[in-house]
Design a protein around this ligand. Sequence first.
Ligand SMILES: Nc1nc2c(ncn2[C@@H]2O[C@H](COP(=O)(O)OP(=O)(O)OP(=O)(O)O)[C@@H](O)[C@H]2O)c(=O)[nH]1
Ligand SMILES: [Mg+2]
Length: 345
Amino acid sequence: MKRKIGFVCIGQAGGNIGQILESQGYNCLFINTSREDLDTLNTKYRYHIEGGEGCNHNREKAISLIKKDYRRVLEEVQDKLYHQQLIYLVFSTGGGTGSGFAPILLEALSSTTNKSYGCITILPAFDEPLKAHMNAFKCYQELSTIEKLATVFTLDNEKLNKFTINTHFVSLFNTALDITNHLDTRGNIDKAELWEMLNTRGNAIITTCNSSSSTNLTSSIIKSWEQNVFADIERDKSIVYMGLSLTADINLDDLKKYIGNPLDVFKNYNRDQTVTILSGLSFPKARINKIIDTLNNNKDTIKKNILNSKINKIDTSIDWLDDIEKPASKDTGIHINLEEIFSKY
Ligand SMILES: Nc1nc2c(ncn2[C@@H]2O[C@H](COP(=O)(O)OP(=O)(O)OP(=O)(O)O)[C@@H](O)[C@H]2O)c(=O)[nH]1
Ligand SMILES: [Mg+2]
């Protein structure tokens, strides 16, 4: 399974998560507009966008660069991730490069090849600058309109330190891929079922928890759905698949009461820890609404600051100074014939 999944890691956050993924044996291609950022990575496949010098959190700059170099980027993805069938784009929504590139590339890749493309994306913490929120809103809105899309894992920097989130996520992803290896006469999850869960459009989360008794395990699972590194799940009870690898039996009805009634449930048993995969969830609207609230609450500041950078000028004047300078700077209207003056001498 590991060899069927590849990653296109874009921008700094994508690069940081990608480095961990590559160290765990996944095939990764790293893309950035900043050569300096790419040079800090000790990784196998790197591509520097032509003409790129970093995008300083400017999505528009990133979009105009990818529009010029997209053919080479698509070729790189085809070439370096040739053997992978499911490809995740890894990037933050709050910066310029990853946030600007990812929706365009996802749409271009998914409409020109017959592979599946999903994403691992990051939302900014509440205390990050307004620009990060502006980028995140635009990026996530674009992502959510792409029709041909596999799972979207939405990490939330509000939850934990960003580097802790990176390692947690990679560990959870490994755990999810390992789910098919727990064989038990009471039930198995096969590779096709796991593949289906990862290929389903919509938001997805992976969680783990531990508890030996079944009542406690049911509430531990619900707690793991509430407290994790992902954006809070949308509480509209829409869900396509629920994957459960259990250390004890649980009350499925209680889980359904909380999460909704999935189209299908894949279940097996596991001696180490309980693992859950929820896929085909709605995009995290309530969390995105918090970004929208931040932007609305700062509407005047954002408008003022953006306008200020365009029409910034000192427009006060000192009347008396203007008056003194007037005759010197303006045509006096007196036209003396200099030739006449000189001819006298
Ligand atoms: N979870 C996590 N978030 C990160 C990491 N690095 C940066 N971020 C977040 O990503 C956003 C900034 O995006 P970057 O990935 O640095 O931007 P970029 O894609 O390189 O784009 P530019 O540098 O603007 O061209 C902010 O919200 C950061 O908090 C990381 O390693 N992990
Ligand atoms: Mg960067």
